[in-house]
Design a protein around this ligand. Structure first.
Ligand code: GLA
Length: 391
């Protein structure tokens, strides 16, 4: 057993005594490109990263759910009957929200799954940084969903599990987020990006070829917090829905660059800029994948850079810290850089030649110190395997 699994198993025993029935894990994600496109039925291109949440779990003979996390004190208990989305709060809302959403899916399904559902003890350990825009929440949701799917023998596929994680986040945590994070966490593959078409949840894995090209990704966690249950994320989503309605389409996915003049004529300035971000971002995702396939990783930089400008100026979800991280990475020779995730804080990513990684990381840290910003946390990530049963 590797060290992480050993820790997860030991943590379970220290909280609940005895051994778990199994261990499951799911990674966080970094979105290479395609931001706020998911809830607009558009394209996104995330990777699963080499930082994971592990769940050690054991079925119980009764109907009690007990959940504990090495990041928070105490054990939260609730019976399956009492799972109420409005009553779940704090960190436990993520794992218990998933249990609620799974129970709901099982009750509605044809499998008769509800009758197989028992209580479960769940112990979570994680090395996905929280609040950094790396989807630590999706990692928890997907690891728990996979564990319960196995223990309750529900036989749900990845798409259904992704929707369950999303439902937990939307309904229980109260963040009106899309399907990207859970999809990346469930479907990731080593050295591959996941091209997601959020209109029909079709996915394609695309070889990144980073190792061959001698390049890699640096995450710059600005350590400025963000929460998508706050107003900014929801208001961007509302603007997009409003823009689609006023332009007479079901979602912004239905629009392309040719529609921009009409959008400019019909919409107020702010809604137009929100719409323009989505339309151009969808194009950039497809252009990135095409460039990667045709010319390799060294060719995708300009799309990353343009994506950042679009988020800064049109979607207005960047922050001074994220802008500095990106500008500084670019000046220090990064192939491309952009903020990543929902915005309003969190992390930026930089695609760098491996030989330049130290120089870029050191330079960004210096620029942050000069600006008197909190020292960023800068680390490499690699594309890794999605959620899986470990033991
Ligand atoms: C957050 C949400 C995702 C997605 C991104 C922005 O990570 O959880 O669904 O909307 O923001 O691309």
């Amino acid at each position: 057993m590797n060290e992480v699994l050993q820790l997860g198993s030991e943590y379970f025993s220290s909280q609940f005594s005895g051994a778990p029935d199994g261990l499951w894990s799911a990674p966080g994600r970094v979105n290479l490109i395609g931001e706020h496109t998911d809830y607009n039925d558009g394209f996104a291109f995330p990777i699963a990263i080499d930082k994971r949440t592990t769940v050690a779990a054991r079925a119980r003979a009764d109907r009690l759910l007990r959940v504990t996390s090495s990041s928070f004190p105490g054990v939260v208990e609730v019976s399956l009957e009492d799972l109420d989305p409005d009553a779940l709060t704090g960190w436990a809302a993520y794992p218990l929200g998933v249990a609620w959403a799974m129970a709901r899916a099982a009750a509605g399904g044809a499998s008769g799954g509800a009758s197989r559902m028992s209580g479960v003890d769940l112990a979570l350990t994680s090395d996905v940084p929280a609040g950094a825009g790396l989807s630590s929440s999706a990692a928890v949701e997907c690891a728990v969903a996979l564990a319960l799917n196995d223990l309750w023998e529900l036989g749900l596929d990845s798409q259904a599990l992704a929707r369950i994680g999303q439902l937990a986040e939307n309904r229980v945590v109260g963040a009106p987020t899309g399907i990207m994070d859970q999809s990346a966490s469930l479907l990731g593959e080593p050295d591959h990006g996941i091209l997601l078409d959020c209109q029909n949840l079709l996915t394609e894995t695309v070889a990144l070829g980073f190792a061959v090209a001698g390049v890699g990704l640096l995450v710059i966690d600005t350590r400025t917090s963000h929460s998508h249950a706050d107003g900014g994320y929801a208001s961007r989503r509302r603007s997009c829905e409003d823009g689609a309605r006023r332009l007479g389409v079901g979602s912004l996915r239905a629009l392309g660059p040719d529609d921009l003049p009409r959008a400019a004529a019909q919409l107020d300035g702010q809604t137009y800029r929100r719409v323009r971000h989505i339309i151009t971002e969808n194009q950039r995702v497809l252009a990135t994948v095409a460039a990667l396939r045709a010319s390799g990783a060294g060719a995708i930089g300009p799309f990353l850079d343009e994506s950042h400008l679009s988020m800064r100026d049109d979607f207005e979800i960047s922050t001074p810290e994220l802008d500095l991280a990106v500008a500084s990475a670019q000046e220090l020779g990064a192939i491309g850089a952009r903020m990543t995730g929902g915005g309003f804080g969190g992390a930026a990513l930089a695609l760098v030649r491996n030989d330049d990684a130290g120089k870029v990381a050191g330079g960004i840290a210096r620029d942050f110190a000069r600006a008197r910003y909190t020292a960023p946390h800068i680390f490499p990530v690699t594309a890794s395997e999605g959620a899986r049963r470990e033991l």
